[in-house]
Design a protein around this ligand. Sequence first.
Ligand SMILES: NC(=O)c1ccc[n+]([C@@H]2O[C@H](COP(=O)([O-])OP(=O)(O)OC[C@H]3O[C@@H](n4cnc5c(N)ncnc54)[C@H](O)[C@@H]3O)[C@@H](O)[C@H]2O)c1
Length: 453
Amino acid sequence: MHKQVSRRDFMRLGAGAAALGAAARVEFLKPTMLAAAPRVVPPSDRVRFASIGTGIRGSEIMRAALGCPGTEIVAACDLYDGRREWAKENSGKPNLEVTKEYRRILDRKDIDAVLVAVPDHWHRKLVEEVCASGKDAYCEKPMSHTVEDGFAMIEAMQKHQRIVQVGSQRRSSIVYAKAKEIFDSGYLGQVTAVEAWVDRNDASGAWVYPIPPDANEKTIDWETFQGSAPKHPFDLKRFFRWRCYQDYGEGLTGDLYVHLLTGIHFITGHNGPPQRAAAMGGLYRWTEDRDVPDLIWTLYQYPHFTLGVRCNLNNESAEVTRIFGTKGTLEIKNDVLSVSPQDTQPHPESYSIYGWEEKTRADYLRQWEADHPTPSPGKWPIGQDSLVFKAPDNYDYSLDHMNNFMESVRTRKPSVEDAVFGNGTAIACHMANHSYFHKTVAVWDEAGKRIKG
Ligand SMILES: NC(=O)c1ccc[n+]([C@@H]2O[C@H](COP(=O)([O-])OP(=O)(O)OC[C@H]3O[C@@H](n4cnc5c(N)ncnc54)[C@H](O)[C@@H]3O)[C@@H](O)[C@H]2O)c1
């Protein structure tokens, strides 16, 4: 159903809609069932969960989980005292059991699911142990820190028959679901090119987060934080700004590419790594204390299309994904989805015939007109409108993603974003980094399950 929109509503849609001109039809996407009517869950279906990692993202997904019907938090774990205290405040449970030893959570028999929101170098071990303890895992993106990690995590999911959901929330967004519907309908024709970017231009966007004044060797368990990573003396920057270091994260690719790739893999139905990646970029501006680039631009080869992805920490712009087809173009700009048709009406050749003799050209044009008579009035083909879709105000796709996880935990229905899907997008990130750091084209070796090049 297309809702009538006022001019004011239309203006609110911003540049995405405006660029398409007044001809665009605008549809407000329906909120999910959860937002429309939270369902009552019987006590027997309650999901009891714990959080491991209660920092920036861990806090958000804890709240998302508590916002889902029929959930209860029973414990939280973090290595920094301040975050354990914050977990009690954030959960609204001043007496919440908190610990810095995650095994105390895994040893409990009354926990169904664990939210894993720790730096990436810890994802594999925690997901393996959560699965082995008979619990389901929601693991933040990117799923893996290395290619080997990802396959080990798939094995853990399959061996212990657990739900593992990766936390790239675009997979559950109603905007991306609509984009997939349009893609699958054939509206875009043959799609051969895709481009996407996330760009930022401030210290927070570049992960230069302030360090809390009470953070020190006494309030932080540095040894556990390092885990399997190369050892360094106690370092607050490494602890709070871990995204800047290859030991713990993957820089821009693992932090931001993965969101773009999740949306693109979901829309196009691709479930696995790309075939090749060639990345360029540099560390141009944020040169203090990091070993990852602040600009990385990658061309990926997929079986049916070529994808260009960019993340730049030195100039801010809207987040964009664009899909180019022979019959139409789809664009997602922030949370506005717009689709516009290509001109596919027949036209006489208007370029190369100007290298012909005049008579030959005139004959060609006369014949073309005869073959394509001008339709009589009222018989003009009706062109497809441009379409614009927007999520309702305050739409939260993280909440939908978490609710999908909780439903899978309850019903054992496979996750919308399981470890196989998460592995494909994470490997794409590792391929871009491989290409950038080795100055080569990264090739995915499907048989050997490794990156070559
Ligand atoms: N889906 C998204 O939109 C999104 C957004 C931000 C971050 N993330 C992901 O979430 C994860 C966490 O990122 P963040 O920004 O919250 O980091 P953060 O540094 O704010 O928090 C991480 C927390 O994990 C804790 N921790 C580390 N190792 C631990 C261990 N072994 N046991 C218990 N606690 C441990 C640390 O003490 C820290 O408080 C990362 O994988 C990141 O990529 C996802």
